[in-house]
Design a protein around this ligand. Structure first.
Ligand code: NAD
Ligand code: UD1
Length: 342
């Protein structure tokens, strides 16, 4: 297929480009580089041993820019990663998050339909379940209350895409609800490159291990979990990337699952690991120290969040192949080979 990849210069996008090319698909990237670096795309091309990845430095809110791209070639589908994703920042700047994530997606899907491209894979998040009604979380679990504007943009955009599909039977919509992506490409050449102080656990661990941060704060050890620290479903970014290639099956006329063109999948491993499990695995596998201390709970956090990934396995034939040791090893290889990022 010929795929438009919005946000393709980012963390998950770059890893997905590798899986797409390796599966024989063609891809063009649209990214405004607001949270990424063009060097990442050069490195993807080097890993793939191709001259370059077709790339437009375009904002998805730029209707004329998108029109030109869609007029220049036909796309069979769009994998839509572009969006702002910092939870804390979204609380400070809700307008910017709603305008970028929701405004941008509305422009994108309007231009897509005007050009007859009505297949979309959307990056959603486990955050749409709120404090989940059941563990492990299946796709039948009801959506919940998000604790921040970022989460609401995901929840609202799921609704927007479902309504558009309901009104026009030509649309096929895949919502991939990612659990906690970590790790990096095994080459150590591409990985997560957060701006400023990381919010998420794994980049905080790697930056502490390399000496950029003094110590990791463990947010709470009084949760009702085996060791008292929060439990999450960490998934290697290469497994997550492969899930997007598997999800392209939903657009084949022969694909028999889903209801009226709607396809929702949890993308995780199904295993829950605590904060201390992550820190201990990181130190054991990599032979480096990660100083930490226990801090108060972080507002908005839940105790336990992991999924049942059985639907993706049954319908897409996809399942995570990499384990905790791969995740911590590859995260550290990326950090140690690129101490300042790109
Ligand atoms: P990322 O920030 O590395 O990648 C997003 C990319 O989108 C960046 O390259 C950024 O420059 C680009 N972008 C943002 N706004 C844009 C706009 N208006 N026009 C064009 N490009 C724009 O983030 P990521 O971790 O790769 O996440 C990709 C997607 O997956 C996001 O939608 C994110 O919300 C979602 N997601 C991420 C996680 C996670 O933990 N990383 C978890 C669940 C869902
Ligand atoms: C967070 C977001 C979620 C988003 C996801 C991926 C919140 C409430 N949720 O999920 O919306 O989709 O990131 O971007 O922010 N932890 C520490 N110390 C740290 C950092 C984290 O102990 O310095 C703990 C947390 O309390 C949690 C676990 O590590 O138990 C994972 O945290 P994080 O990586 O931020 O992911 P989530 O909170 O699951």
């Amino acid at each position: 297929m010929n795929i438009l990849v919005t946000g393709g210069a980012g963390f998950i996008g770059t890893h997905t480009l590798i899986e797409l090319y390796r599966a024989g698909h063609a891809a063009t990237v649209v990214d405004n580089l607001s949270n990424s670096n063009p060097v990442a795309l050069q490195r993807v091309a080097e890993i793939l041993e191709v001259g370059e990845i077709p790339f437009h430095q375009t904002d998805i809110r730029d209707r004329e820019g998108l029109e030109r791209i869609f007029a220049s070639q036909h796309f069979d589908a769009c994998i839509h990663f572009a969006g702002l994703k910092a939870v804390g920042e979204s609380v400070e700047k809700p307008w910017e998050y709603y305008e970028n994530n929701i405004g941008g997606t509305l422009v994108l899907i309007d231009v897509m339909r005007r050009h007859g491209c009505k297949n979309i894979i959307f990056s959603s998040s486990a955050t749409v379940y709120g404090d989940p009604a059941e563990i492990p979380i299946t796709e039948r679990c009801p959506k919940g209350q998000c604790t921040n504007p970022y989460g609401w943009t995901k929840s609202m955009l799921e609704q927007v895409l479902m309504d558009i599909r309901r009104a026009d039977a030509e649309w096929k919509v895949v919502l991939l609800r990612y659990f906690n992506p970590v790790g990096a490409h095994p080459s150590g050449r591409i990985g997560e490159n957060p701006n400023g102080i990381p919010n998420n656990l794994m980049p905080y661990i790697t930056q502490t291990a390399i000496g950029k941060r003094k110590e990791l704060g463990v947010f709470g050890n009084d949760y009702p979990t085996p060791d008292g620290t929060g439990v999450r479903d960490y998934i290697h970014v290469c497994d997550l990337a492969a899930a997007h290639v598997s999800a392209l099956q939903c657009f084949e006329p022969t694909f028999r699952h889903g209801v009226d063109g709607a396809h929702i999948y949890n993308i995780g491993t199904g295993h829950g690991y605590s904060v201390l499990d992550m820190v201990n695995a990181f130190m054991r596998v990599n032979g480096v120290n990660v100083p930490y201390s226990i801090k108060p709970r972080r507002a908005g956090d839940i105790a336990t969040c992991y999924c049942d990934p059985g639907k993706a396995r049954a319908e897409l034939g996809w399942q995570a192949r990499l384990g905790l040791d791969d995740m911590v090893r590859d995260s550290w290889r990326w950090q140690s080979m690129n101490p300042e990022g790109y």
